[in-house]
Ligand binder design. Sequence first.
Ligand code: PLP
Length: 377
Amino acid sequence: MIRFVDRRNSGAIKWQQYGDDSLPFWIADTEFATLNTLSQALVKYFKQGHYGYQITMKNNYKENISWWYKQRHSLNIPENWIIYVPTVMCALKLALESFTSIGESVVYHVPCYPNIPKVISAANRRCLEIDLKKNLDGKYVMDIEVMKVLFEKERPKMYVFCNPHNPTGRVFDKQEILDLFNLCNSYGVKIFSDEIHSDIVFGDNKHFSALTIEGADSFVVANSPNKPFNVANLQSSYLIVPDPIQRKKLQASLCYEPANYNLLPLVTLYTAQGIDYLNKELEILSQNLLYLTSEIATLPSIEMTRTEGTFLCWIEIKSNFKISLFDFFKDKGKLLISEGRTFSHNTSNFIRFNFACSPIMLCDGINRLKKCLEEQL
Ligand SMILES: Cc1ncc(COP(=O)(O)O)c(C=O)c1O
C-alpha cells in the first residue's frame, strides 16, 4: 500500500513557499510516504544521538544500484562505474567542471528543467538552447539537422540530455537516442544524461538509458531514487560513468564522502520491496494520468501533451492572459502550478501540472483548474 501524506506545515517547499492555503501541483516531488523500511532505518540511525566521523556503512549501496539496473532496466552496471553525488544538479556541476572550460558552450533542449541552465550559467559556461519540435503526432522530438547546424557553428563541448523529459513528459525512443549520440560523437560533444525520471514510465513506453547505447563512451548518466520514492531531501544521487578516463577525472575532483544517512535510501529502496512500492505507485500515477487526461479533454482551447513518463503534465492554454499563469491560478483558484515561462522563453502559455498525489487532491486541483478556466476561456 502507498500511503498518502498530509505535507502541510511539514516544511515542504511545495506547501509552504507561498505561505497560504493554496493547493500545490508545482514542485516535482510526490504526496506519497516513502517506503516504511527506509523511515525505520532513518529513525534507528538518528536515534544514535552522535554523528561524528563514521565508517561508511557495510551495506554496499553500489550493489543495490547495480541490482536495480539489472531488475528495472535489464542492464549490467559494474559497481566501479558508480560515483555517489548528493544531487543530480551537483553531478551536472561536477561534469561541467571536469569536461568543459569556462566560456565554452553547453547545449540543451527547451523547454527545459530550469535548474539546468542555472547550473550551466553558474559554472560560467555559455548556455546554448535549442527548441524541441512538435511533430505531427504532437510528440516533442529533437531535430537532428537543426542540432547539426548549431554544432557546426558553435562547436559546443557538452549536451545536457533529459530523458524522460521534464517538462514535456516525453520518453525518447532508441533510434532518437542513437541519432543524438551519433551526432554528439561526430562533433566530440560529451553527453550528460539526466535520467532522474527513468523509473516513472507509463504503458508501452520504455526508457532507454544512455547506457543501452553500445560503443558509446563519451557520456555520463545521473540518476537518483528521489522521484519514485520521494526522498529528494536525503541527497542520495549517483553518477554512472563507463569510461575509465572520465571516471578518474570526476573522482579526482570529489572532496566529500557520503554520510551514511545519504546511503540509506539506496540500500533500502533499491530492493525487492522497493520494486513492489514502485509498481503500486505506477498504478496510482497511471490512474491519475488517465483521469487528468479525460478531464482536460473536456475543456476548450486546452491541449495536453501525451505524458509518456514523469509525473508531470505539460498543458498548453490557448488564450491571452494579462498576468502570469502562476498568478492567475494562484489568485483566482488558490491553485499552484509551474508556469511555462520558467521552462522556455516561448512557452508562457503553458503550465506544468504534477499529478503525484492522492485522487482526492487531484480531483480538487482539477476542479479548481476547470473553474478558473471556465471563467477565462
Ligand atoms: C530533470 C530533473 N533533473 C534534476 C532534478 C533535481 O534533482 P536534484 O534535486 O537531485 O538535483 C529535477 C527535479 O525536479 C528534474 O526534474
